[in-house]
Design a protein around this ligand. Structure first.
Ligand SMILES: [Zn+2]
Length: 120
């Protein structure tokens, strides 16, 4: 039994979220691997403020369930922020504020949108 693993059910499909140490994925808050294994899985940092952690979990779950292709990588990030953001606006705002205080995170977003790297 792994205490750092949580299973979330979305539309009758199960998705795994692993809560991992900061060192593993920083400066990212989370990352999703939608095409790997059965239904995919994601990792979320376990050191985040609980409100941010919850929003990042919703964001990564959205990536795992997202089948749309419009706007490529930018579209994936827009959808994974806006749709969970409508359901959880406080988490969305907290996460933006957290990001604005981190130069590393701003650089990460730039690279994610304009260069190739996997989804965060
Ligand atoms: Zn993302």
């Amino acid at each position: 039994m792994n205490n750092n693993l949580k299973i979330y059910k979305v539309k009758n499909k199960e998705y795994k979220i692993y809560f991992v140490p900061k060192e593993k994925i920083a400066p990212a808050f989370g990352q999703a691997f939608p095409y790997e294994k059965k239904g995919g899985y994601a990792e979320v940092r376990n050191d985040l403020n609980p409100i941010v952690k919850r929003f990042v979990t919703e964001h990564e779950l959205y990536h795992l369930t997202d089948n749309s292709k419009w706007l490529g990588r930018l579209g994936m990030e827009i959808r994974a922020n806006i749709i969970p953001g409508i359901k959880n606006p406080i988490g969305f705002i907290y996460t933006i504020i957290y990001t604005l205080f981190s130069k590393e995170r701003i650089k990460l977003y730039y690279e994610m949108i304009f260069k190739k790297s996997h989804m965060k």
